[in-house]
Structure formats: structure tokens, C-alpha cells
Design a binder for this molecule. Structure first.
Ligand SMILES: [Zn+2]
Ligand SMILES: [Zn+2]
Length: 96
């Protein structure tokens, strides 16, 4: 299962890579997430864009198997433009 592909951003197809927003960990096809709290289904959340195959719950957060940080699911889809709106960069500007 590839972890790169194309995603529609503002009507344009853009290439994306799936990486942890916190540590840049790149999930492999063997990673699994559990629907918890939920139905307990065990699946790879990136195959379904966060949709649980057991109960149909759409997970808008995803925990990193590497650093355990929980990030919004959509932040895992990294497109060339997405670094422009990184929260760390905004915080640095606002604290001045
Ligand atoms: Zn579920
Ligand atoms: Zn991580």
C-alpha cells in the first residue's frame, strides 16, 4: 500500500506524503490503529483516511506509533505547501 499519492487541495491535485506532524515518522503498511474508545477494530487508518471499518466512525485525530503524539489526521498528509501554516512557526511570530 503506497503512502504517497495525490490529494485535492483547493481544486488542484497535489502530491502528498504521509508523515507524523510532530516527528516526521513515516508509517509503514504494517502499522495498525485501534478504534478506542469505539468498536475496537484494528486497521491501518491511512487506508481509509481515518474511517473505522468496524463502526464507520471518522477519526479526525491520529496517534503516532513512534512518538505517541496525537495530531489531527489531515495534518499527516504533507503537501509541498503545508509547511507554510505550521503552528510552531505561528507561535514563534505571535510571542514576539
Ligand atoms: Zn470503530
Ligand atoms: Zn511522531
Amino acid at each position: 500500500m503506497p503512502y504517497e499519492g495525490e490529494i485535492a487541495v483547493d481544486g488542484n491535485q497535489k502530491r502528498f506524503t504521509i508523515l507524523c506532524p510532530r516527528c516526521d515518522y513515516r508509517p509503514t503498511h504494517v502499522e495498525r490503529w485501534i478504534c478506542e474508545p469505539g468498536c475496537g477494530a484494528y486497521w491501518n487508518t491511512f487506508w481509509t483516511r481515518g474511517l473505522c471499518p468496524g463502526c464507520g466512525k471518522l477519526w479526525n485525530i491520529t496517534q503516532c506509533p513512534e512518538c505517541s503524539h496525537i495530531s489531527p489526521h489531515r495534518h499527516w498528509y504533507r503537501t509541498p505547501a503545508s509547511h507554510e501554516t505550521e503552528p510552531q512557526a505561528r507561535e514563534a511570530l505571535e510571542s514576539r
